[in-house]
Write a protein that binds this ligand. Sequence first.
Ligand code: MLT
Length: 403
Amino acid sequence: MKINENFLKVPESYLFTDIGRRIAAYKQAHPEADIIRLGIGDITRPLPAACVEAMRLAAAEMGTEQGFRGYPPEYGQPFLIEKIREFDYAARGVQLDSDEIFISDGAKSDTGNIGDIFDRDNIVAVCDPVYPVYADTNAMAGRAGEPGPDGKWSRLIFLPCTADNDFLPELPEKRPDLIYLCFPNNPTGASISKAKLAEWVDYANTNGSVILFDAAYEAYITGDAPHSIYEIEGAKTCAVEFRSFSKTAGFTGVRCAYTVVPKQLTVQSVSLNKLWARRQATKFNGVSYVTQRAAEAVYSPEGRRQVAANIEYCRRNAAVIAGALREAGFRVWGAQDSPYIWMQTPGAMKSWDFFDLLLDKAHVAGTPGCGFGPGGEGYFRLTAFGEAGRTLEATERIKRIFS
Ligand code: MLT
């Protein structure tokens, strides 16, 4: 009997579990501390009223003879898929077939699970810093090799994202099979232009690589950055896209997302759409009817207004945080097209040291940049998802300490 030993190679706990534990330990030692949490990107605004009403109606329907439903369609309810096609894609000039959209319980799960349909020997490229799920799940699958003392995996290609390249990765020198890209980016908040993303699409098509494009934060785009990779010509033959209702409609606790796998996307003449459909039908039982009705309500006129208001709320928080940090003399990125504010620690302080300092002196919890990979060392991430008054209070505490 043997376990999957790859699990022994990844850090013992997931980044945000680790942070949660540290905060809990601090709170236990300092019960009087009024901690403001701007660490994990979790929503604090209540669900949009349109979604709540849709859930209430759907729950009532499920309690009737005629309205009861058992297992949901494994790839998603047609009523939701049609709304996604119309509002998220056709409205941006992208035509998708219904069977190219797969409803799921989260972009986190999908970006991790997608590895199931690719060979273990594929070479994977990730940005550095990066959302830890991409690297960790590939490590668990045995695709990342061995962790090095520098925090880098021996078989992963790390694409440095630094202040010098505006946190936009350069095309790799060595050809990867799979390329994870996330824009607007978690953790740096950087967004990518159509021209820059087109370079990646051309690269992938020329080299036979597949881009795994995480667009979970597209709703925060303010300028003309692409919301979907399929706005770029040629992307349907090289990219899978992940989207989520978590960071748009506040579904972090409700759970609903979707993944697009175009039928034109093939590897060794095999349709990835068919493989993903097979994988989902076997390992996933769909998203509840009540939840998908709530997601559908996001596209109603009231839903769209309410979601836009929540996003505006976070944008204001982001501007408050970025402004305050700049006033306090920090170098700051993100915040513009993203709910994340990425800052350099003072005096090249280590990320975890800054985490401890901020927690202890300001009772503000953020996320150490090094938790996102070696390239994040010396950086720190704050989120704009907090309650506005608490967010302002957090920035005032920070300013008091560092100004
Ligand atoms: C984050 O804080 O990076 C996100 O909340 C993580 C996630 O969406 O899973």
